[in-house]
Design a protein around this ligand. Sequence first.
Ligand code: ZN
Ligand code: ZN
Length: 111
Amino acid sequence: MPGLSHQRCFQHSSREAVARCPECRRFFCRECVTEHEDRLLCAACLKQNAHVPLTRRSGFVRVVRLGQVMFGLLVTVVFFHVLGRQLLSIPSSFHDGTVWRTDRPSNADPR
Ligand SMILES: [Zn+2]
Ligand SMILES: [Zn+2]
C-alpha cells in the first residue's frame, strides 16, 4: 500500500492512518477501524454490515468455507470407509483359517 503512512485518519486529521476501509475506501486510524470477518472496517461500514450481515463477499467466503468443510468430511468418510473395508477384509481371511489351512497340508506332508 503506497503512501499509507502519509495518509491521515478520516475522522482524526491529527492521527496517522493505519488501515483503509475496504467498503468506503477511506483511511482510518487504529481506533476507528474494527475487525469484522477478517476485514478491517470503519465504524460507519461496520454499522452497515451489522444491518446487512450477509454481503456478497462474506456470503461467498462462507460458501467456500462450507465447501471446504464438506470436502474434508467427504475425504475423511471415504478414507475411513476404504480403510474399514480393507481392515475388515484382512481379518476375515485370518479368522476363516484359510491362510493356515493352505499352509498346513504342505507343512504336515512329510510323515
Ligand atoms: Zn468504511
Ligand atoms: Zn481515527
